[in-house]
Design a protein around this ligand. Structure first.
Ligand SMILES: Nc1nc2c(ncn2[C@@H]2O[C@H](COP(=O)(O)OP(=O)(O)O)[C@@H](O)[C@H]2O)c(=O)[nH]1
Ligand SMILES: [Mg+2]
Length: 252
């Protein structure tokens, strides 16, 4: 198996972290926790847990800087160390570690980016109110329409990248932070012609702790969406990109 690490941003996940790691341990991948100096001590807890787990690494950032910034730091850490596959998932078990196997199979099959998707056949959400379901679907559909992308779960944060694809999209220069970071990075991959596959999974609402979603993060998303559309993007050193990625769905 290629050297694989999954980047997991944390902010106040003290209750979820041990439960998450217990399930994650079965995946055979390494894990990088990127903690933004959580007031509840998640960072110190992660250091402690890493002492007995050689596959667990911890990156500390001084203050809460948002999801996108945490991912940019985590990706840079992993790329510097030569990992060939780099995943991303949440710490609250909403993204089931067991689903990683199907995503890995899609990467083995040649995908440069595998999107875990709630909104392709076989995927879904469990434990969400009607309002949350509507907000998520409307957000995803709006992003799809505004940017002209064919992936129905654009704001999802369960993904697996090859290191080459992350380099190709020049991920360190992405500009967004909240959920819109997921949209921005997938859009760059699409424009760069990265082979993108979608794999269904069922998102399960967290048992402990609180969502960090806020009106501010949603507002940032809406604003940046239009900025992304206005400014466009093309891979560094290339003439305007030809889009070759065909959306495909892989069933587990
Ligand atoms: N390092 C870091 N992690 C964050 C930040 N905001 C959210 N997270 C983590 O990102 C993941 C997704 O956040 P969550 O609040 O569960 O989003 P939701 O599932 O959409 O409600 C969780 O593991 C959070 O702990 C942040 O500003 N910094
Ligand atoms: Mg969550």
């Amino acid at each position: 198996m290629p050297a694989e690490i999954v980047v997991v941003p944390t902010y106040n996940e003290r209750e979820m972290l041990p439960l998450f790691l217990a399930e994650f341990a079965g995946t055979g991948a390494e894990c990088l926790i990127v903690d933004d100096n959580s007031p509840d001590g998640t960072g110190e807890q992660a250091d402690e847990l890493a002492r007995e787990r050689p596959w667990l690494h911890v990156l500390h950032r001084p203050h809460k800087g948002g999801l996108g910034a945490a991912y940019r730091a985590g990706f840079a850490w992993a790329l510097d160390r030569g990992y060939e596959r780099i995943g991303q998932m949440d710490c609250d078990l909403s993204h089931p570690p067991a689903a990683l196997a199907a995503m890995r199979a899609a990467a083995d099959d040649g995908a440069g980016l595998v999107l875990g998707s709630r909104y392709v056949r076989g995927g879904g959400t469990r434990g969400w109110s009607l309002v949350r379901r509507i907000v998520s679907r409307v957000g995803c559909l709006t992003a799809m329409r505004v940017l002209g992308l064919p992936y129905p779960d654009l704001t999802g944060g369960f993904k697996l990248w090859t290191a080459d694809a992350l380099r190709l999209i020049d991920v360190s220069t992405t500009v967004s932070n909240g959920y819109i970071f997921q949209v921005e990075s997938t859009r760059r991959a699409h424009i760069a012609g990265v082979r993108i596959r979608q794999v269904p999974f069922v998102f399960v609402e967290r048992l402990h702790g609180a969502s960090k979603m806020s009106p501010g993060i949603a507002g940032e998303g809406a604003l940046i969406l239009w900025r992304l559309r206005r400014d466009g993007w093309r891979p560094p050193g290339r003439s305007p990109a030809s889009v070759t990625a065909e959306p495909q769905v892989t069933r587990p």
